[in-house]
Design a protein around this ligand. Structure first.
Ligand SMILES: [Zn+2]
Length: 135
């Protein structure tokens, strides 16, 4: 009989012969400690983008709405992360998948005008060399 040990804690494994870890805790710590740093970064960013998208979807149930930036940031929204942008003459929509927002200032309050992606946005051409960034 072959004796096998947990790849994480080296405890002897009992049970199915294809088992590699004693439990889910050992499995996840093994995968986290042995994963290359860039994979962890990718996973964290993907997860943050997914969360951003969920928050936008939650606060924009009918195509368009305005929410204070603070509300979303307190719930974990990361304004620095987005999948793509739609710049136009006076600003830019920052999208996370099919939801995006336009940063607006209303009486000194920073707000996010949330929109669901519109059909016409598929036809916009985006030229990164023509963006003017605010100073
Ligand atoms: Zn273990």
């Amino acid at each position: 009989m072959k004796i096998k040990f947990c790849l994480q804690c080296n405890k002897e494994l009992i049970g199915r012969s294809d088992k590699k870890f004693c439990d889910t805790d050992c499995r996840s710590s093994y995968h986290n400690t042995n994963r290359p740093m860039h994979e962890i970064t990718i996973k964290q960013i993907n997860s943050a983008l997914r969360k951003n998208r969920s928050l936008l979807a939650h606060f924009c149930p009918s195509g368009k709405s305005t929410v204070k930036k603070e509300v979303l940031v307190q719930l974990g929204y990361r304004v620095d992360l987005f999948t793509h942008i739609f710049p136009f003459k006076n600003g830019a929509y920052f999208f996370c998948y099919e939801f995006g927002y336009l940063p607006i200032v209303d009486n000194g309050v920073h707000k996010m005008l949330i929109v669901h992606k519109q059909e016409y946005m598929n036809t916009l051409t985006f030229n990164p060399w023509k963006i003017k960034l605010a100073k």
